[in-house]
Design a protein around this ligand. Structure first.
Ligand SMILES: NC(=O)c1ccc[n+]([C@@H]2O[C@H](COP(=O)([O-])OP(=O)(O)OC[C@H]3O[C@@H](n4cnc5c(N)ncnc54)[C@H](OP(=O)(O)O)[C@@H]3O)[C@@H](O)[C@H]2O)c1
Length: 344
């Protein structure tokens, strides 16, 4: 990159950081974010850690499946849920990685291989989980990728959409009866405020290959994270007559391995100014741990949480028609692996 380009992107990124801080200030000034009616607001916030939001809870006897436990937020979620007594079924892309990630939790964690871009692997993981003969009190769809620099595809579909959305869509559907069978099963889908980067129409159903137009890493990530939120919304609707719930979360901005595909200038920038707005990993994992475990949220479903509290999201995140269409298209795309699914 030449000097001029470096200056432009650095300036743009710095401006984006400042814009984020200004937006946060504006929210504070108008008395906080918009909250959905009827959803409890708790005492926790942006700085609360996963340990703090679960303090005093006894999760013994409960089982949680968490995807992506070998890194970042998934590793912290595994650590804290097992600390509180839950048994965690921890997935990683290989059994070796999952085994290493689960080791510190001793007999409180069981490793599973799950490669979300390989639907045979997703089906095999679900089958292995079913053989455990347990119900799932929590299913945390955490694993994800961000900002692949070039267009990558899996079986002709854009890779963020496959990894972040379709793989989890298939996993959840293959295990949904296990969630519904729990006393109060909870699906927690880790989305992102990056959903705001999705294309103007939301999900480009006529361009799921990503081949049309110029590839934009943020837009591809944004579309997949919008898909995460819409999936949770439609799942909540379908779970309506059960005790089970589904919610999505934005964990904040946290320095994890998620930025591994960022260009060097962006990595450098996050080192230099990241301290001013980034959360620690323990704080980043707090919202998903809170939504997965807090007793006051029993029955709360179809909501979006940030900083351990519910917020009304913007954009297309609450577009029920789009969510229903996404579900139908996702069913078609995973049909050979889906099997028959009945959540009721
Ligand atoms: N960090 C943030 O600022 C931030 C902000 C908003 C939302 N999020 C969301 O938070 C979640 C966790 O991200 P993180 O920040 O903890 O990132 P991370 O440290 O990179 O962890 C991501 C996890 O996902 C796994 N993964 C990636 N591709 C996979 C695949 N094809 N199949 C199965 N597992 C796969 C990774 O496994 P490998 O290590 O083997 O690749 C890793 O375990 C993601 O959904 C992300 O979108 C994060």
């Amino acid at each position: 990159m030449n000097r001029r380009k470096v200056l432009i992107v650095t300036g743009a990124a710095a401006a984006a950081g400042v814009a984020a801080l200004v937006a946060e200030r504006a929210v504070r000034d108008r008395g906080g974010p918009d909250r959905p009616a009827g959803v409890p607001v708790g005492p926790f916030g942006a700085d609360s850690t996963a340990e703090e939001v679960t303090a005093g809870l006894d999760l013994s006897g409960k089982v949680a499946l968490v995807t992506g436990v070998n890194s970042g937020l998934g590793a912290e979620t595994l650590r804290v849920l097992t600390l509180r007594g839950a048994h965690v079924l921890g997935t990683a892309r290989t059994l070796e990685k999952a085994t290493a990630a689960c080791a510190a939790a001793g007999d409180r964690a069981t490793p599973f291989a799950l490669e979300l871009t390989d639907f045979d692997s997703v089906v095999a993981c679900a089958a292995a989980v079913r053989r455990e003969g347990v119900v799932l009190d929590m299913l945390v769809c955490n694993a994800g990728i961000m900002a692949l620099p070039q267009l990558e595809q899996v079986n002709g579909l854009e890779k963020h959409f496959v990894t972040n959305h379709l793989g989890h869509f298939l996993l959840v559907n293959r295990l949904l009866d296990r969630v519904v069978a729990a006393p109060q099963g909870r699906v927690v889908v880790v989305s992102s405020r990056g959903y705001l980067w999705a294309p103007p129409g939301g999900i480009e159903f006529d361009n799921l290959s990503g081949e049309r137009g110029e590839y934009d890493p943020n837009r591809a990530y944004g579309q997949s994270k919008l898909a995460n939120g819409l999936f949770s919304l439609e799942l909540a609707r379908r779970l309506g007559r059960t005790r089970a719930t589904s919610n999505s979360v934005h964990p904040g901005i946290i320095r994890t391995n998620l930025g591994r595909h960022f260009p060097r200038w962006k990595k450098l920038l996050s080192e230099v100014i990241g301290w001013s707005f980034m959360k620690s990993i323990p704080a980043g994992a707090a919202t998903q741990c809170y939504v997965a475990t807090n007793p006051r949220l029993a029955g709360v479903s179809g909501r979006y949480f940030i900083n351990c509290n519910p917020e009304i999201p913007g954009g297309r995140m609450e577009d029920a028609a789009l969510a229903a269409k996404l579900w139908a298209v996702s069913e078609e795309l995973t049909r050979p692996w889906l099997g028959s699914v009945d959540a009721s």
